[in-house]
Design a protein around this ligand. Structure first.
Ligand SMILES: Nc1nc2c(ncn2[C@@H]2O[C@H](COP(=O)(O)OP(=O)(O)O)[C@@H](O)[C@H]2O)c(=O)[nH]1
Ligand SMILES: [Mg+2]
Length: 329
C-alpha cells in the first residue's frame, strides 16, 4: 500500500534532514509524527520514526557520544516574555539596532556578513523584558541551516529594511525567501488562531536609517505596499528615532498581557506581573501562582477591566492587560 505522504510531511522531513542539533531533530521528528497520514501504508514508517525519536531523546539525555555538537550558539534558550528575531539583508542595520535597543555591543560593519554567530540581548518594555536576537544574515551560506532553525523557533519576526535602498523590494524579497522555506505570515487583519503556529509568524517591519537623505520617499512607498499588512516603524540608530516604540510594538505582537496580584492587605506587586497569553482567565492566573490554584480559585475581586473596582468575577472570567486580581479560594 502506498504511503501517500503530504507536502507538509515532506517539508517536515526536509527540516529533519537539515537539522544539525538534537533539539532541532527532535522538533522536526515530532512534527513528522504529528502529520504523517495514519493508515496501513505508513505503519513501518511510523514505527521507524518512533524508534528514531527514542534514539535522539536518549542521545539528548546522555550527551556522551551524542551528535551535532559545535552549534551551541544557535540554540538560544528563550528568556523574558517572548523571543523576537531580526531578519534582514546584510547591512540593513540589524546589529546596530540590537545594540541600540538592548545596550549590547555586537560588532557593526560597513561590509556584508559581519555577524556570523547570533547576538542576543533583552529589550526592556515597562516592567517586562523581550528577547531580541540578531542572527547572521539569511544569505550567509555557512550558517543558513542553523539560522532557519533558529528563526523557526522564534515567536515573532522583525524585518529590518534599509531606507537608503529600495526598502519595499527588500521587504518583498524577505517575504519571498521565507515563503520558500515554508513560513507564512499573519497579516494585520488576522487573529492568531492558526494551529501550525511554529511556521506561521507575526511580522513587524523596522524601516531603518530614517536619518538618511531621501528616506521619506522610500518610506512612503513602503507604507503604501506594506502598511496594511504588517505594523511598520521608522527607526534611526543615529538619532534614535522610533527606538522607544519598538518594545511596545513587540509586546502587542506577542499577544501577552500583564496581571497583577493584590494581597488581602491591599498591597499590589506592580514589579512582577504574571504574564499570560491574551484570552487567559482568572484560573490561568491562579495556576501560574500555584498548580493547585487552577481549580482552587473560586472567584476573584477585580480592579481594571471590570464594571467597578473590586467587582467579583468567576474563575472563567477572561482578563485584560493591566488587571489587578485578588484571588479567593
Ligand atoms: N545612517 C545610518 N546608518 C546606520 C543605521 N543603522 C546602521 N547603520 C550603518 O549601517 C551599516 C550596517 O550596520 P550593521 O548593524 O552592521 O548591519 P547588519 O549587517 O544588518 O547587522 C553600518 O555602517 C552602520 O553604522 C542608521 O540608523 N542610520
Ligand atoms: Mg550584523
Amino acid at each position: 500500500m502506498p504511503a501517500n505522504l503530504t507536502p507538509q510531511y515532506r517539508l517536515a522531513e526536509q527540516w529533519y534532514k537539515q537539522a544539525t542539533t538534537l533539539p532541532e531533530k527532535i522538533d522536526a521528528l515530532r512534527d513528522m509524527m504529528a502529520i504523517i497520514p495514519k493508515h496501513k501504508g505508513t505503519e513501518h514508517l511510523r514505527a521507524g520514526l518512533r524508534s528514531r525519536m527514542s534514539k535522539h531523546v536518549h542521545e539528548l539525555e546522555n550527551p556522551k557520544g551524542s551528535v551535532g555538537g559545535g552549534t551551541q550558539p544557535f540554540n538560544i534558550r528563550k528568556e523574558g516574555i517572548g523571543q523576537s528575531v531580526l531578519i534582514g539583508l546584510a547591512n540593513s542595520g540589524k546589529s546596530e539596532l540590537l545594540n541600540a535597543l538592548t545596550g549590547m555591543h555586537a560588532k557593526v560593519g560597513d561590509y556584508q556578513f559581519t555577524t556570523q554567530i547570533p547576538n542576543v540581548g533583552m529589550i526592556q518594555f515597562e516592567n517586562v523584558r523581550i528577547q531580541l536576537i540578531d542572527p547572521p544574515s539569511l544569505e550567509f551560506p555557512d550558517t543558513k541551516t542553523q539560522v532557519y532553525g533558529l528563526i523557526r523557533n522564534a515567536d515573532i519576526f522583525i524585518f529590518v529594511v534599509d531606507l537608503t535602498t529600495d526598502a519595499t523590494k527588500q521587504a518583498e524579497d524577505l517575504c519571498a525567501i521565507l515563503e520558500t522555506y515554508g513560513f507564512d505570515f499573519y497579516e494585520c487583519s488576522q487573529g492568531v488562531t492558526d494551529d501550525n503556529k511554529r511556521l506561521k509568524k507575526m511580522v513587524s517591519i523596522l524601516a531603518n536609517k530614517w536619518d538618511s537623505e531621501g528616506a521619506a520617499v522610500v518610506w512612503k512607498q513602503l507604507e503604501r505596499s506594506f502598511g496594511s499588512r504588517f505594523p511598520l516603524l521608522r527607526t534611526s540608530c543615529l538619532d534614535g528615532t522610533g527606538l522607544d516604540n519598538v518594545g511596545q510594538m513587540l509586546f502587542k505582537q506577542l499577544g501577552r498581557m500583564r496581571i497583577y496580584t493584590r494581597m488581602s492587605t491591599g498591597n499590589v506587586d506592580y514589579q512582577n506581573p504574571i504574564v499570560l497569553e491574551q484570552g487567559s482567565t482568572v484560573s490561568d492566573a491562579g495556576e501560574r501562582l500555584h498548580k493547585k490554584w487552577k481549580t482552587g480559585v473560586k472567584y476573584a475581586s477585580l480592579w481594571g477591566s471590570g464594571k467597578f473596582d473590586g467587582q467579583r468575577v468567576s474563575r472563567e472570567y477572561v482578563l485584560s492587560d493591566g488587571d489587578i486580581v485578588e484571588l479567593h479560594s
